[in-house]
Design a protein around this ligand. Structure first.
Ligand code: ASP
Length: 607
């Protein structure tokens, strides 16, 4: 192609090398730095892809040199020049263009820049400042790389799912409230006074309706909205890789997702994962790891030591067992010398914050068992415990006694904290695990009602369907699955209910009466009467996934324009107040106007 220097650029800033020496080229970008070396001016010119060094000679063209002196950091410039090899001793092996430089012949300042509020090369603690200048923050390499990685991930997702026959279909953003367990964002309707759209918490019902429509295999890189209090890895709007398919069983979905993740790792990170991923049931996950999102990078497992203490004289254990509770123990191998009494006190605090009365422990020092409770154990109990837990010198044993779920969860948290304290979490391992057989319902003592563990469209296990009529709701397992990576829940899904009667029954158990069922889910119940195929699906959180892949510490670092912890976009200052007129058109009157909007309220007397 013939190059024209009328156009902005002939190359990008990462492209030029020894092969281009002698060529006349033109580059555009930002001034990353300017250095004055013995009369010569060096400029590092940066674009999205890389950096090229540009050199200005004072004696070749004094006018050009004078204008080069004007430029400052982050000015946008266009340089036309000739590629030359850098003199020996000045080459830079760290960058792809490090063997050459551009001898400038022409410089155009396309736009100047104010001095930056922060340095793009350094890591900046002040995230609020970064977010309010996000367009500059995104010029930093780390964030740019996250966005590139994110793009590559979605590219592979599209490529893989398309190859398997999935169609990418968009579903409405202005939609109807769908119960995914969070608060909805509502959008008032101007055309239907007093009515509201809800922003989708997930495209759940739409994707099921697409199955009824015969779409067979659907996916979407879907934006979801949940009005929750924000934690470090939550955003009010986030993105899911949303998948649904007809005529599938659990294994079909699991296999597609495994292959998709395998391809992402291979194509984006160059890491080959072996399939299939580990699978454990919800019950096993709690029993062994004290969590439904177990971090399998940590080797320690929780054990049940109820049998050891079945006839114990130790009052606390005896009473827990008598009440139908369990005694769980964790042997943190070799942790005793590292953790010490202050560490144990910290762990005890953690256990108490979770409702435990305390945290019994044994520190094994050489052969000696140091513990406030061992004196209550018989010789036989000690022997059995030693065998069951494989106790050796330097081990640290922790106990939790109480109701099953609480005892497991306490040791689950202790396990994670201990692993951090003893630095036993390998940083370069990728441990995937499927957690299956979740309970369908959980009882909320606060609301005094049963709620869905996943969502109300989840199908009960076939063997447990009979229990729906017997009222043994806590024993019903769901055909639901979560995928967990290194202790982080990446996503979850289920086989769905496709029969009207079964769906109505579940709604009723959840306390949704017939009238509300019709109001909230009439469309789905209607659709189920017109040949709804058996179907199932899953959704994976894209932000969290990319966060893990890129090693970012928060999901804000993998989202171009995230909200801060208070749900505010500091760059655009959204949410913001709106004009009285806008509210009026929406048929809305503020009950608690803020000072600003009060000033803008309708005048008392119309002129
Ligand atoms: N809609 C569910 C969610 O957002 C995922 C699914 O069941 O496919 O968590």
């Amino acid at each position: 192609m013939k190059k024209s220097f009328q156009q902005y650029r002939t190359h990008l800033c990462h492209e030029l090398g020894l092969k281009d020496v002698g060529q006349k080229v033109s580059l555009c970008g930002w001034v990353q730095s300017k250095r004055d070396h013995g009369g010569l001016l060096f400029v590092d010119l940066r674009d999205r892809e890389g950096v090229t060094q540009v050199v200005f000679h004072p004696d070749k063209d004094p006018v050009l040199f004078a204008s080069a002196k004007q430029i400052k950091d982050e000015f946008v410039i266009k340089v036309v020049g000739v590629v030359v090899e850098r003199p020996a001793g000045t080459k830079n092996a760290a960058i792809p263009t490090g063997e050459i430089e551009l001898e400038a012949e022409n410089l155009e300042i396309l736009n100047p820049s104010l001095p930056l509020p922060f340095n793009l090369d350094e890591s900046i603690e002040n995230e609020e400042l970064r977010l309010s200048f996000r367009f500059l923050d995104l010029r930093r390499k780390k964030l740019l790389n996250s966005l590139k990685l994110r793009h590559q991930v979605t590219y592979v997702v599209r490529e893989y799912l398309t190859s398997k026959g999935f169609l990418e279909i968009e579903t409405p953003i202005l939609s109807k409230s769908t119960p995914e367990g969070a608060r909805d964002f509502l959008v008032p309707s101007r055309l239907s006074p007093g009515k509201f759209y809800a922003l989708p918490q997930a495209p759940q019902q739409y994707k099921q309706l697409l199955m009824v429509a015969g779409i067979d295999k659907y996916f979407q890189i879907a934006r979801c909205f949940r009005d929750e209090d924000l934690r470090s890895d939550r955003q009010p709007e986030f993105t899911q890789i949303d998948i649904e398919a007809s005529f599938v069983v659990v294994d079909d979905i699991l296999q597609w997702v495994e292959e998709m993740i395998q391809q992402i790792f291979s194509k984006v990170l160059g890491i080959e994962l072996s399939l299939p991923f580990a699978r454990i049931t919800y019950k096993q996950a709690l029993d062994l790891y004290g969590s439904d999102k177990p971090d399998l990078r940590i080797a320690w497992q929780i054990q049940d030591v109820g049998e050891v203490f079945e006839n114990t004289e130790f009052k606390i254990f005896r009473e827990v067992l008598a009440r139908g509770g369990v005694i769980k123990a964790l042997n943190a191998k070799q942790a005793s010398p590292v953790v010490g009494p202050t560490g144990i006190a910290e762990l005890e605090e953690l256990a108490k914050s979770m409702g435990a009365k305390g945290l019994a422990y044994i520190r094994i020092e050489d052969k000696e068992w140091k513990s406030p409770i061992v004196k209550f154990f018989s010789m036989e109990e000690r022997k059995k415990l030693e065998n069951v837990l494989g106790i050796e010198p330097a081990d640290l044993i922790l106990f939790s006694a109480g109701p099953w779920d609480q005892a497991c969860q306490v040791l689950g948290k202790v396990r994670l904290q201990l692993a951090e304290m003893t630095r036993s979490v390998p940083s370069n391992e990728w441990k995937f695990v499927w957690v299956t057989d979740f309970p369908l319902f959980e009882y909320s003592p606060l609301e005094q009602k049963w709620n869905s563990v996943h969502h109300p469209f989840t199908r009960p296990c076939q063997e447990d369907i009979g229990k729906l009529d017997s009222g043994r709701y806590d024993e019903i397992r769901a055909l639901a699955y979560d995928i967990v990576l290194n202790g982080v829940e990446l996503g979850g899904g289920s086989i769905r209910i496709h029969e009207k009667e079964l769906q109505e029954k579940i709604f009723s158990i959840l306390g949704i009466d017939k009238e509300r069922q019709k109001l909230l889910f009439g469309h789905l119940l209607k659709a189920f009467q017109y040949g709804a195929p058996p179907h199932g699906g899953i959704a994976l959180g894209l932000d969290r996934f990319v966060m893990l892949l890129s090693g970012a510490e928060t999901i804000r670092d993998v989202i171009a324009f995230p909200k801060n912890r208070h749900g505010v976009d500091l760059l655009t200052q959204s949410p913001s107040e709106v004009d009285f007129q806008q509210l009026k058109e929406l048929h809305i009157k503020l009950a608690f106007p803020s000072l600003d909007s009060r000033l803008r309220q309708e005048p008392e007397i119309e002129p």
